[in-house]
Ligand binder design. Structure first.
Ligand SMILES: Cc1cc2nc3c(=O)[nH]c(=O)nc-3n(C[C@H](O)[C@H](O)[C@H](O)COP(=O)(O)OP(=O)(O)OC[C@H]3O[C@@H](n4cnc5c(N)ncnc54)[C@H](O)[C@@H]3O)c2cc1C
Length: 409
């Protein structure tokens, strides 16, 4: 071969090598893109499956009932932190149960010492076709008034209600809830027994294999109160990168190990959110003691979170005495007339002081037990109650007169 031929072959060989290299790169890219594409399709498939599963559960489930329905306690399970979980199945045996939105509660009508007592308890598990679960903490006397009797309904549940007992239960209700098939990023935080509604939310997201960016915070004093240690282990074993779980102990015990049993020696709060969350662009759901929720609400608003993205639920409404303008309140059925002035907590307390008995339940604007017809006049609410009040009615446990009133009580 002469030098010209050698050069020509060399150019040809280099060209062929170059082409082969380009082809190889293209193939690798196709493959990589293909993998990404297949990954995207798999992700979409999973999301569709989870939406279908959620939908099929609610389609298969029956409509909610009116009034009370009888439920049997099929299991009573002790949890940590002086809490019992109660598994409830319908006494009429009719399944599947009506579904509910995670975060909603059941209302119980109990008979305690011959007295009718109404209380709300959040559903603490995701929707299941054959049972509802609630988890109830014994409510002790306030620390500064130890001589007062302990909580009536929670003591009754702990000390009297046993497996096999029948309870009168109103259908799931409440606006502090999520739709598990939605995709917007959320932060769920619960402290103490305030865990229950956010536990239901988290369990529902886990059950739906949701791809929603979810941050879950749970605060208790220490391991002796952590009722979800095993559940958290199972969530973590799923290795779902969109679930971020943080357990906070404010006062860890000698056997509690940081990094194993808990993640932060602190309370749940906005300082922790600011440290951990990549932004404030989430819907925040909080349930816990009043001061904790108020601090989180104020902190989030300060941080620039729009109020519509801040959701919380109080188990026990903090009663505040506020100034009321002079007004007359007439209780038509009882034939009583009250002159209001100075300060007052709510219309229910005003009625009770006047000897007018209005049946009540949660005293937090959630259950609607105290709803009465407003015959004339207007009332005002500090914040919008969770219960959807019927037109022409009011919820005395969370409202005050706004001028003269006539009530059907
Ligand atoms: C929407 C909603 C969901 C809820 N979910 C849950 C849940 O999942 N789990 C849970 O455990 N709880 C939950 N609760 C709270 C629950 O409904 C009850 O409020 C709680 O169990 C206390 O009720 P009780 O009858 O035991 O106490 P109560 O008898 O109502 O007593 C409450 C407190 O008042 C004190 N007291 C007693 N007598 C007096 C007096 N004369 N003067 C002043 N104080 C007195 C008691 O010692 C006690 O500390 C929820 C509440 C709402 C509104």
């Amino acid at each position: 071969m002469n030098p010209l031929e050698i050069t020509a072959w060399a150019i040809l060989a280099a060209g062929a090598l170059g082409l082969a290299f380009i082809a190889f790169r293209q193939l690798a890219t196709f493959r990589r893109d293909g993998d990404i594409f297949r990954g995207e399709i798999a992700l979409l498939g999973e999301q569709l499956a989870s939406i279908r599963a959620t939908r099929s559960l609610s389609e298969k489930s029956s409509a909610p009932w009116n009034g009370v329905r009888k439920f049997q306690v099929t299991r009573k399970v002790p949890e940590k932190g002086d809490i019992y979980s109660y598994y409830l199945s319908p006494h009429d045996g009719k399944l599947p149960l009506p579904s509910f939105l995670p975060g909603q509660f059941l209302t119980f009508q109990l008979q305690i010492n011959g007295k009718s007592v109404t209380r709300c308890y959040s559903l603490s598990d995701s929707p299941h076709p054959d049972y509802y679960r609630v988890s109830i903490k014994r409510c002790l006397a306030p620390r500064d008034q130890p001589d007062l009797p302990p909580g009536l309904a929670s003591s009754h549940f702990h000390d009297v209600i046993a497996e096999g007992d029948i309870l009168d239960v109103r259908a799931p209700n409440g606006g502090f809830s999520i739709d598990p098939s939605e995709g917007s990023p959320i932060v769920l935080s619960g402290s103490g027994v305030g865990l229950t509604p956010v536990l239901s939310m988290m369990n529902a997201l886990v059950a739906a294999k949701s791809r929603r960016k979810t941050w879950f915070f749970y605060g208790v004093r220490n391991g002796s109160e952590n009722m979800i240690a095993d559940t958290v282990k199972q969530w973590r074993e799923l290795n779902q990168p969109n679930f971020h779980i943080h357990i906070c102990y404010s006062n860890p015990g000698p056997d509690d190990i940081l990094g194993k049993d808990y993640d932060h020696r602190s309370r749940v709060g906005v300082d922790l959110f600011k440290q951990l969350l990549p932004s404030n662009n989430y819907d925040f759901y909080t349930c816990g003691p009043g001061p904790m929720m108020q601090a989180i609400r104020d902190g989030l608003i300060d941080w620039g979170v729009p109020e519509k993205h801040v959701h919380d639920e109080a188990f026990i409404a903090v009663k505040k005495s506020v100034d009321v303008a002079a007004a007359s309140v007439e209780f038509k059925k009882s034939g009583k007339l009250l002159q209001v002035s100075g300060t007052a907590t709510n219309l229910l307390d005003l009625a009770s002081e006047e000897g007018v008995d209005i049946p009540s339940g949660c005293c937090a604007g959630s259950c609607g037990t105290c709803q009465i017809a407003l015959l004339s006049g207007k009332v005002k609410y500090d914040s919008k109650p969770e219960f959807a009040i019927e037109a022409g009615c009011c919820l005395p446990c969370v409202c005050l007169p706004d001028g003269d009133l006539v009530l059907d009580a």
